[in-house]
Design a protein around this ligand. Structure first.
Ligand code: UD1
Length: 375
């Protein structure tokens, strides 16, 4: 059996790893091994997702916890390096763009463990985002790259990555959404909150929440949205801490128009999104999920690494001060249009499995091509 480490560190990783874990489990050739770095550790940010996505407890937990970027990345690197000494894999798969992604890609690449990146090629063109640095460096460290869409393939080519390292597979997150749709549709998140028509908001990007003036603008705009439709705000721990520091949290919790709630699990959250009049967010993955579901999405960022959600989907980029005005227009009743994006079909994990199997069958040759200086 070929032992494959699947790396998951933070909340947005779990719904990308799960479909591949299940696909590899079903094959006779692969033994998927779940490695949780511990970048996210709260039950609401981690354990709830394992339960919803039918993932077993991780085989290995590195327990790195929160820290600055350098220290967090370094802790994951030393933790993963030690794990590779104790229980070396035949290949490593990293997903997304968090610090754990880059850290494990670097460790595997330097140990000459074949390493693949799922969700490769996304670029916002904004090096001010920590995730953008992680995306670029991870792609260049990895042997095999799995982009979700044509624009991501074009980004990799433009950076000189050779064709044999790229395999267009589609969007793995949509696999989780499709597989769990019956349970998502049956959940009653809004009803439990006593809501029928509402707007969902999520914020956690440092560019939005670490600047108190920007955070104040966002809170003021959400209050204006709530004059027309109640706003549900599942609060990311980073945002809760920043609201508290800016002395905004208490009054926001007392607000009856903006409903501040704890972070939700995967199924409960997607049920909430699927019934929303509109979503206001700075998340990456939610841009894709709303596009697939046809829910209007306003992304409070100057750019996106997922432009296909703007060109083909329901996503619009807006400034913080535009939230109330744009939400009013987006929440109009005729705005639901599910996007048809090639290969966002719920079958990406099968294509990834086939690509990985083919790649590993020729891994010796590929490693020589990719690392000629070390050969
Ligand atoms: C990380 C990812 C980001 C992703 C986001 C989703 C990087 C660089 N960023 O950002 O791409 O969109 O996760 O959530 O990897 N905290 C807790 N409990 C937890 C996790 C975090 O309380 O389980 C708090 C800590 O105080 C921490 C802060 O949240 O300092 C930020 O967490 P961290 O993982 O460093 O980055 P995120 O902002 O969550």
């Amino acid at each position: 059996m070929t032992r494959i480490h699947l790396i998951a560190g933070a909340r947005p990783n779990f719904m990308k790893v799960a479909p591949l874990y299940h696909a590899l489990t079903a094959t006779p050739w692969a033994e998927p091994v779940l490695v949780h770095t511990g970048q996210h550790y709260d039950a609401a940010m981690s354990d709830a997702f394992f339960a919803d996505l039918a993932l077993p407890a991780p085989d290995h937990h590195l327990g790195v916890g929160s820290a600055g970027h350098a220290e967090q990345t370094a802790r994951v690197m030393s933790g993963y390096d030690a794990l590779c000494d104790r229980a070396p894999p035949d290949a490593t798969v990293v997903v997304g763009d968090v610090n754990s992604t880059l850290a494990c890609a670097l460790v595997a690449a330097k140990r000459r463990i074949p390493v693949a990146h799922l969700e490769a090629g996304l670029r916002a063109g904004d090096r001010g985002m920590p995730e953008e640095i992680n995306r670029i460096l991870t792609d260049h460290a990895c042997d095999l790259l799995w982009p979700p869409s044509d624009d991501a393939v074009a980004n990799l080519r433009a950076e000189g990555i050779p064709e044999h390292r790229i395999a267009l597979v589609g969007n793995i997150m949509i696999d989780s959404l499709v597989a769990l749709w019956p349970r998502i549709a049956a959940e009653g998140t809004a009803a439990a909150l006593g809501l029928s028509r509402y707007v969902v908001a999520t914020f956690h990007r440092p560019a939005n929440v670490d600047d108190p003036a920007c955070l104040r603008t966002i809170v003021g705009e959400l209050r204006r949205v709530a004059l027309e439709d109640p706003v549900v705000l599942p609060l990311h721990p980073r945002t809760a801490a920043r609201l508290e520091a800016a002395e905004l949290l208490e009054s926001l919790r007392a607000d009856c128009g903006v409903r501040v709630i704890e972070p939700l699990g995967y199924i409960a959250f997607l049920n909430l999104v699927s019934g929303a009049a509109a979503v206001v967010t700075d998340s990456g993955g939610i841009q894709e999920e709303t596009s697939y579901l046809g829910i209007p999405c306003l992304t409070v960022r100057p750019n996106t690494e997922r432009p296909v959600t703007v060109t083909h989907g329901t996503n619009r980029l807006i400034a913080p001060a535009e939230i109330a005005e744009r939400a009013r227009a987006a929440a109009a009743p005729d705005c639901r249009r599910p996007a048809q994006i090639p290969l966002w079909d719920g079958r990406t994990a099968g294509r990834v499995e086939a690509s990985l199997r083919a790649f590993l069958a020729t891994a010796g040759d590929t490693a020589q091509t990719v690392h000629p200086a070390n050969g």
